[in-house]
Structure formats: C-alpha cells, structure tokens
Design a protein around this ligand. Structure first.
Ligand code: FES
Ligand code: FES
Length: 153
C-alpha cells in the first residue's frame, strides 16, 4: 500500500508517494538522494543512520517514513550554512576524527543533539551521548576530543 506524505527535511518540504513500509533511511537515501545518512546494520545497532527528529537523535532505519510526517527532520546535509561547515563538522576535520567517515554523519548529529541541550557536557556525558554510534576506525578518543573542543568551557 502506498501513501502520500509530506516530509520536512532540513527546513524543506518534500511531497512523496511511498509504500507505507519504507523506512526513513530508505526515503532519505533512495527517494531524496540525501546519501549523507548511512545505512549500516538496518536493525538499530550501529547508529550510522542517525538523524534528528524534532531535535532528538533517532535511528532512521527503525522509523517508517510515514511516522516522520509532521516532524522536523535534520540530516547531515542540513548542518553546513552558506558553504561553511558547522562547528562540530569543522572540529571533526580539525581533530582527525574522520577516517572512513561512515559513522561521522551519525556521530556529528548525536553530538549536535547533546550540545543543543547541554553546551558544556562532561567527557562521560559526551561518551554517553554517542554510545549508540559505533565507529570501527578511530577508537573514539579523537571523536570525543572533537566534541569537547566545541563545548563552552
Ligand atoms: S543502520 Fe540504523 S542503526 Fe544501523
Ligand atoms: S571513521 Fe570509520 S567507522 Fe568511524
């Protein structure tokens, strides 16, 4: 069964007719070509598909696109402004926190959700906030360092 929906993604409205069982990850990547959101495990374990829904990080592989209607969705494509990276993105670049980059969009969005509600998190709070995001490459320390570098301390 298909349904017509309107999604608000990065402050832009998209009208779509999609099967009701299509996940938000699939719609972002395949229908809208917003491929910054990565699909890893597809079962909620890796966090690579993390997007913000009304400011909260969610695994978009576990959200049906029809459930996202009426919610504000933010993806990694929505972070840079006027061609300038968001400070968290820039910190990831500067601190060498990106290797293969597969986890980076989800990590950065989880970090953004944390810093939006708590601009001065402790190290353990940062680690807790990204605990749902797996990284195979960096060993996490550089990621934590990058997030720490943009906290207001
Ligand atoms: S792809 Fe969604 S949590 Fe792994
Ligand atoms: S940088 Fe490769 S998975 Fe994190």
């Amino acid at each position: 069964m298909k349904k017509m929906i309107t999604l608000n993604i990065n402050n832009q409205e998209y009208d779509l007719v999609i099967p009701v069982n299509r996940t938000l990850t699939q719609v972002l990547r395949e229908n809208l070509k917003l491929t910054g959101t990565k699909q890893g495990c597809s079962v909620g374990d890796c966090g690579s598909c993390t997007v913000l829904m009304d400011g909260q990080p969610v695994n978009s592989c576990l959200v049906l696109a029809v459930e996202a209607e009426g919610r504000a969705i933010q993806t990694i494509e929505g972070l840079a402004e006027d061609g300038k990276l968001h400070p968290i993105q820039q910190a990831f670049v500067d601190q060498g926190s990106i290797q293969c980059g597969f986890c980076s969009p989800g990590m950065i969005l989880s970090a953004k959700a944390l810093l939006d509600k708590n601009p001065s998190p402790t190290g353990p709070e940062i680690r807790e906030a990204i605990s749902g995001n797996l990284c195979r490459c960096t060993g996490y320390q550089k990621i934590v360092d990058a997030i720490e570098s943009v906290t207001q301390k």
